[in-house]
Design a protein around this ligand. Structure first.
Ligand code: GAL
Length: 955
């Protein structure tokens, strides 16, 4: 087996589209025989005629490492073996696959037969009935081989030897698990005499005339004709000036097209749309578009990258329900059926070539395949296989050359070939910022300031004397193919990016990194299913939990980041002004008016719904807004109310495959919160220990510890991120640790009784240094056994590093059972990630209070809380704000426990409820990859005061 050649596979037929045909096919999916050898050297030379009775069984499509042979491995930029191209390491598992099968009669009856492999990682050598068919390269690319005269009646033996690593591995270092195997379909295809080899169908829509046209390039061995039944085209008729509805991601209108020869029919679903760049904008059908995108790896927690049709449809529908309208297929073409789903559901797609050579950055790009002529054929083969396979899909608006592969003549050649072959789409390659050839300027993780600058450049005349390349770049639209990193608690700062994308026409949107957390589920002997990350399979080189950075969990549960992203990018934005009795409805769709949207309004006063009305949806053109009047019952004043909230919701008006009518797109609110009536002090006493200054109990509920001043949080993945581009790049998690913020020490300075009140002064410091925080607490008994806490906090000395938060922490000696609160929810939020949080009266079950992050870390804060009841097994603690709202975090785990553990399944609950009432909180940012918390969301030391009522209800 030759696996050290910087070259394409051998023997495959020229690439073509993945076509739906009526010619017979036979799937070879199923149970195959399998034998693994640790190295090529140890894999037998003569094996293809072996008796396989003693071999193992394996499911194809499948990855052998997920079927009990060897183990998965995760690394990102770094290679798991020396960078020694084009050689794989000696320790290179070899998987021999054998299938004995009988070919269908219908196949054998055809003039010719092919066999198609849709994906083999990383290199396959294929034999049928002892004849060598050839080899594959490009794990996510289709290869077809001619088996005419080799396929026979009766028993056939297909033998496929797969190398886990090969020369191709240097081109496929795509920040995902190394998952070898025949992981996509294997299919026998009949090729009738006079059949259709290939079709390239380009549906165009001319916004000036409102008509469409279909350009067809058909490679057929006989006279062919085309039918478009809906348009009355039946083998005759012009394919121009067609009265069609255009395709957009918002209106995914497809037409059935049949291309026919006497012996074969090929069915296509065609969308008519025109993609172009004008005045730094990406236009589709003449209108600018904004990409509300995600980067999508193919990933299933049990099956890896094996396609599961229902699962993939469900995940794309989940995207639609969260207002996502664009997908970058990072960093390879997905299973071909995924493209059909993109067309049908409506997504703008950047289809990316199966190419990344990021490992070469570790050696200053020495030997990088993008720049080495020796690899040119391999790379040209990859882009051609990508484009040919998917060229008939309306959703694909850009071809991407790959990801993080440096620069060089081979990339240029790929771009040039693509532009010439398919001028109907744009080309993309992020790795070359000079943008000499690509049609868009694309970057990843550029800061807010830089993105604003790029947006402004689009509005200003180019300065004189710029070199030609730079001048060209200024004419291009800008996208962030990756722009916030959904790792752990976060990402913060999405809204601030989005405001820029909305503001500057040149900025055509971005793609969150990434859609799904690529954790692998393993069920242990104890029956417990655990999510594994890099290193959990014993890898010597790995990147730990950097593979867990998605908007949804491996099981597709939305993380708070997705909920906030959906609100940020929502195509309908609503602002309510109850005092003026108006709502502003902004249509942020790019192509449709609001006919597909219904509006409902509700007014809730102190938790009681007092009015619920439907509103007439204004007819607003795309990218325009209208103000509507609200009926009086939504806005008449109610003086006595504490919280008076008017919420207007935009709902879908019609059923869609991805959501029934009535699905919420977005909402807007006007919230009027008045100070609650001042509580009346009562006779009685407060159970505050004048020794420790702690609240021993309240209303019969025992408090195990607290209040203690807290300035630290269990570091999030983003807190561990280096702050590139900042004067001090040290991660905050590290600075807090060095500063001792995680080990504060308190003492009581004084405590005194004043009538029924107790006044306690505590001083909290950090080890080693002399900075301190003075807290003055006055506890006053109230009617019914509750207590009032007046709290004044003042920092003393030097606090050069911002705090994670400033709050008071309590511990209740019983596990949490739930949380009811009045404030912004129900989703957890932080100051720079709160777009989706809505004021309301919310009730959370115990398992909804925090986020079950695969890597334990701070999570679950609720913002803007004015009233909360923390339920525990021993009773509940009610906390009410007397002046400013607070942020509330309740957890079954201490911060020390969260910080100490590296997997969620290692966490041990201590049977206690940990409650933090924060007066200040730092944002979360996206520093795990990208900018840190924006300065305005950091918490510099400062004095603050607040007043609260605490009420305990035992039992
Ligand atoms: C980008 C890369 C992605 C991913 C991300 C961090 O540089 O394109 O593949 O690695 O960083 O998770």
């Amino acid at each position: 087996m030759q696996i050290s050649r910087p070259a394409p596979g051998i023997g495959a037929l020229a690439p073509r589209a993945h076509l739906a045909t009526d010619a017979p096919q036979q799937s070879l999916a199923g149970s195959w025989r399998f034998r693994l050898s640790p190295t090529l050297h140890e894999a037998p030379d003569e094996w293809r005629d072996d008796d396989t009775a003693a071999w193992d069984e394996i499911q194809v499509p499948g990855h052998w490492v997920l079927q009990g042979h060897g183990a998965p491995a995760y690394s990102n930029v770094q290679m798991p073996f020396p960078v020694d191209p084009p050689h794989p390491p000696q320790a290179n598992p070899i998987g021999d696959h054998i299938l004995d099968f009988v070919a269908d009669e219908s196949l054998l009856a055809a003039a010719e037969q092919l066999i198609r492999f849709d994906g083999i990682e990383s290199a396959g050598e294929i034999w049928l009935n002892g004849e060598w068919l050839g080899s594959t390269r490009g794990s996510r690319l289709a290869h077809e081989f001619d088996v005419t005269g080799i396929l026979r009646a009766g028993e056939n033996r297909l033998a496929v030897r797969v190398a886990q690593f090969s020369d191709a591995t240097y081109l496929e270092n795509q920040d995902m698990w190394w998952l070898p195997g025949i992981f996509r379909d294997v299919t026998l295809l009949a090729r009738p005499e006079g059949g259709i080899r290939d079709v390239f169908a380009t549906g165009d829509f001319d916004p000036a005339t409102g008509t469409g046209s279909l350009a067809l390039v058909v490679d057929a061995a006989a006279e062919w004709s085309v039918e478009i039944p809906e348009l009355g085209i039946d083998s005759t008729g012009s394919l121009e000036g067609l009265a069609v509805e255009p395709w957009t991601a918002e209106t995914p209108r497809l037409y059935d097209v049949v291309v026919r020869t006497p012996s074969e029919s090929v069915s296509l679903r065609i969308g008519f749309r025109r993609v172009e760049v004008k005045n730094t904008e990406i236009l589709v059908n003449g209108s600018p578009i904004l990409l509300r995108g995600v980067n999508r790896h193919e990933h299933h927690p049990e099956k890896g990258r094996v396609y599961d049709a229902e699962w993939v449809r469900a995940e794309l529908e989940l995207m639609k329900r969260h207002n996502i309208n664009a997908v970058r297929t990072s960093h390879y073409p997905p299973h071909p059926e995924t493209l059909a789903l993109f067309d049908e559901l409506g997504f703008w797609v950047i289809d990316e070539c199966d190419y990344e050579s990021h490992e070469f950055v570790m050696v200053d790009w020495r030997g990088n395949p993008s720049a080495d002529p020796a690899w040119r054929d391999a790379l040209m083969d990859r882009i051609q296989r990508t484009v040919h396979r998917d060229k008939n899909h309306a959703s694909v608006i850009m071809w991407s050359m790959g990801n993080e592969a440096g620069v060089g003549q081979n990339i240029d050649a790929m771009l040039l070939w693509t532009k010439q072959f398919d001028p109907s789409r744009l080309t993309h390659y992020e790795g070359d910022w000079s943008c000499g050839i690509a049609d868009v300027y694309s970057r990843m993780y550029a800061s807010h300031d830089e993105v604003a600058q790029i947006g402004r450049e689009g509005l200003e005349p180019a300065a004189a004397g710029l070199d030609a390349a730079h001048a060209r770049r200024l004419t291009l639209p800008f996208i962030q193919c990756e722009f916030v990193h959904a790792m752990g608690t976060g990402p913060g700062g999405m809204q601030e990016y989005w405001d820029l994308f909305e503001q500057y026409p040149r900025l055509a949107g971005g793609f969150v990194w990434e859609w799904v957390e690529q954790g692998i589920a393993v069920t242990g002997d104890d029956g417990v299913r655990r999510i594994m990350i890099g290193g959990d399979f014993g890898e010597k080189v790995h990147d730990g939990n950097f593979v867990i950075d998605g908007l949804v969990s491996p099981d597709r549960e939305p993380r708070p980041g997705l909920i906030h992203y959906a609100a940020t990018i929502a195509q309908v934005q609503i602002r309510v002004d109850a005092s003026r009795a108006t709502a502003t409805i902004e249509n942020r769709f790019d192509h449709v008016d609001l006919a597909g949207v219904t509006l409902v309004a509700e007014r809730i006063v102190d938790g009681e719904s007092v009015a619920r009305v439907g509103l007439d949806t204004p007819q607003v053109a795309p990218r325009h807004a209208a103000e509507i009047a609200l009926p009086a019952e939504l806005s008449d004043p109610r003086e006595s109310a504490v919280a008076d909230v008017v919420t207007v919701r935009a709902l879908t008006a019609h059923d869609a495959s991805w959501a029934e009518a009535g699905h919420e797109i977005s909402s807007g609110q006007d919230v009027r919160v008045a100070a609650p009536p001042a509580p009346v002090p009562a006779d009685g006493s407060v159970d505050v220990s004048t020794g420790s200054g702690e609240l021993a109990s309240v209303g019969g509920l025992a408090i195990a510890a607290g209040p203690a001043v807290g300035i630290w949080r269990a570091p999030t993945d983003n807190d561990w991120g280096r702050l590139h581009g900042e004067e001090d790049p040290t991660p905050y998690a590290e600075r807090w640790r060095r500063g001792g913020y995680d080990r504060t020490v308190s003492r009581v300075v004084s405590s005194a009784t004043e009538g029924a009140s107790v006044r306690v002064h505590t001083r909290t410091g950090v080890p080693i240094l002399d900075a301190a925080i003075d807290a003055r607490m006055t506890w006053t008994p109230l009617e019914g056994g509750s207590v009032r806490l007046d709290l004044e906090i003042e920092p003393d000395g030097s606090w050069p590093v911002e705090w994670a938060r400033l709050g008071i922490d309590f511990v209740i000696d019983a596990a949490p059972t739930g949380l009811d609160f009045v404030g912004d929810g129900p989703v957890s939020a932080y100051p720079d990630m709160r777009a989706a949080a809505r004021f309301g009266w919310w009730s959370l079950a115990a398992d909804e209070i925090t986020v079950d992050s695969i890597t334990p870390q701070e999570s679950g804060a609720r913002q803007g809380v004015i009233d909360a009841t923390v339920g525990t097994e021993a009773g509940s603690l009610r906390i009410r704000a007397l002046d400013a709202p607070f942020a509330l975090t309740v957890s079954p785990h201490s911060r020390d426990e969260l910080a100490a553990k590296t997997h969620n399944w290692e966490l041990e609950a201590d049977g206690k409820t940990h409650v933090s009432i924060d007066l200040l909180q730092s944002g979360v940012g996206t520093a795990s990859c990208g900018p840190g918390t924006l300065p305005r969301y950091r918490v510099a030391a400062r004095a603050i005061r607040t007043s609260l009522i605490l009420e305990g209800i035992a039992g």
